[in-house]
Design a protein around this ligand. Structure first.
Ligand code: AMP
Length: 536
């Protein structure tokens, strides 16, 4: 027997209609690419995203066409999320930190028809435009006054593009399983692959991440996504904030600690989210100036493993609640979050922050398990480790325009991460399958060694790779960036590490460098390190 309830589809247009109509006066704040801070509202974003949908229709964009964006976190980029997906087209966010050849590959693979581009990235777009036969129009996300000279074909400013439209668009009633947004994975191996989100997956993810033990969004929240809109849709925050009616503060191009701190303070931000490297910079700035923004209550850090020292500084020194998130482009992205249980709150900071280096528990909507090399499911005892697999309505079942089977025979997505899961369902990532170091038949977790090294006050960043060794198979090599104005030595560091690592886990060599190669999504590029130091 069917339930007697309405079959209303879960659509992205429903999110912006809700935000615009129910939370119309709630603020949307942007540090614009042009410079000044602009204050707007959800009602205005609703109207302007309808104008964008009308403008796209006028130039012949239809259902399932790909419209790409190359931009910072801004109000116009937010309108693109809603205008493009709302009309049934597919919003394809491009990562400007990619190499131009990768950008060309991705845009041609996606057959993008229009590119919405920030003025900052015009040189990048101009450099590749003649290799993009499918792109018919370039819409520069600025107004006529700031529109630069450009060789981009059919270039028009965003304000001119949407300006003449009435903003009375009636969103189509789409199938909720229709494609809505496209985001390519970082492509550390082979060509990048497209995760193709649906309306349904996006809306369910938005509702899932809004919950108290995840992002804890509400009308009272003032949210600043430091994580870029081109990285897994800013972890779903632009959608979740609309569902919850939260204030959204967009940092635009200024991701430096001074710029972010000013915005956090001035806009009363109480929650922000981003990758560890950004917060390492923020913490250093706050330590130097003696204070963190007064309104900031909670941060969610994910995308890579945050060092314990960062967690302890946030919670112990600045009294800001830290939450640890794990996920991937393929899981929309949230797959696990470490929010302390009430019983953990009384623990001393040292013990608590050690626990918080774990990636946490699955939110409702995600199931997680670990399997061994033969695919046998392993126990959740906190000791057995194997590949982490995920399942749920916001996990991919394959890639955009690819026939490659991705799921296990019983329908789980293999993440490529290695993890343990304890009896409280708490996941701890020990490595990427390809980053584990096998030394003398024992596995060494590169993350463990990196975390220990970053616990040393004179180490700002650290990465560990396995290098071939005749006797042991592989041995760990530590590549470390000293903290500003310090000169740590190899001996000192190894002595420090021996306090937390077994002798056989200690790196054989330490190389000090000025910086580590960072990938387009804020992760250390170990492939580059292997190329450079792999035969050391
Ligand atoms: P991406 O699809 O670019 O977001 O990359 C996803 C990968 O980043 C995951 O498979 C993990 O290897 C890594 N990752 C994400 N979050 C964390 C975390 N909290 N701790 C450790 N690794 C993480």
């Amino acid at each position: 027997m069917r339930g007697r309830m309405m079959d209303t589809p879960l659509l992205i247009s429903g999110l912006i209609e809700h935000a615009g109509n129910v939370h119309g006066d709630q603020q949307i704040v942007t540090r614009t690419v042009e410079g000044p801070i602009r204050h707007s509202t959800w009602a205005e974003v609703l109207r302007r995203s309808k104008q964008l949908a009308e403008a796209l229709t006028a130039v012949g964009i239809g259902v399932s066409d790909r419209v790409a964006t190359l931009g910072w976190n801004t109000q116009r980029h937010l309108e693109a999320y809603y205008g493009i997906s709302g009309m049934g087209a597919i919003c394809h966010t491009l990562n400007p930190r990619l190499h131009p050849t990768q950008l060309v590959y991705i845009m041609n693979h996606a057959e993008d028809r229009i590119l919405l581009v920030d003025t900052t990235f015009i040189p990048l777009a101009e450099a590749v435009a003649d290799k993009l036969p499918s792109v018919e129009h370039y819409v520069v996300m600025t107004d006529a006054e700031h529109m630069p000279e450009t060789s981009l074909p059919n270039a028009v400013s965003y304000e001119d593009f949407i300006g003449g439209q009435p903003g009375a668009y009636a969103w189509p009633l789409l199938d909720e399983s229709a494609a809505a947004a496209l985001c390519y994975t970082s492509g550390t191996t082979g060509n990048p692959k497209g995760a193709l989100y649906s309306h349904r997956s996006t809306v369910l993810h938005a509702m899932g991440v809004s919950m108290p033990d995840v992002f804890n969004l509400s009308r009272a929240a003032s949210v600043l996504p430091i994580v870029p809109q081109f990285h897994a849709c800013a972890w779903g925050l632009p959608y979740a904030a609309a569902a919850a009616g939260s204030k959204l503060v967009m940092p635009g191009p200024r991701l430096d600690p001074e710029g972010l701190t000013e915005l956090l303070e001035d806009e009363g931000v109480n929650f922000c989210a981003g990758v560890p490297s950004v917060f390492l910079g923020l913490i250093q700035h706050w330590q130097a100036t003696g204070s963190a923004p007064s309104s900031l209550e909670m941060v969610l850090i994910g995308g890579a493993a945050p060092p314990q020292s960062l967690i302890a500084a946030l919670e112990g020194e600045f009294g800001i609640e830290f939450r640890h998130g794990w996920g991937m482009t393929e899981t929309s992205p949230l797959g696990a979050v470490n929010t302390l249980l009430p019983s953990h709150r009384g623990w001393p900071v040292e013990e608590r922050s050690a626990f918080q280096t774990r990636q946490g528990r699955a939110p409702y909507g995600i199931e997680l398990r670990i399997v061994d090399h033969d695919g046998a499911v392993l126990p959740h005892d906190g000791h057995a480790f194997g590949e982490l697999q995920a399942r749920g309505p916001w996990v991919v079942d394959g890639y955009f325009m690819s026939d490659e089977a991705k799921l296990t025979d019983d329908g789980w997505f293999p993440t490529g991460d290695v993890a343990t899961i304890d009896s409280n369902a708490c996941v701890q990532i020990t490595d990427r399958t390809k980053d584990l170091i096998k030394s003398g038949g024992e596995w060494i977790s590169s993350i463990d060694v990196e975390n220990s090294a970053m616990g040393h006050p004179e180490i700002a960043m650290a990465a560990v790779i396995g290098i071939p060794d005749e006797k042991w198979g592989e041995r760990p090599l530590l590549i470390a960036v000293p903290a500003p104005d310090t000169e740590p030595t190899r001996e000192e560091l190894l002595e420090f590490l021996s306090g937390s690592l077994a002798t056989w886990q200690l790196p054989d060599e330490v190389i000090f460098v000025d910086s580590l190669p960072m990938g387009a999504t804020g992760k250390v590029q170990k492939t580059k390190l292997r190329e450079e130091y792999g035969s050391t």
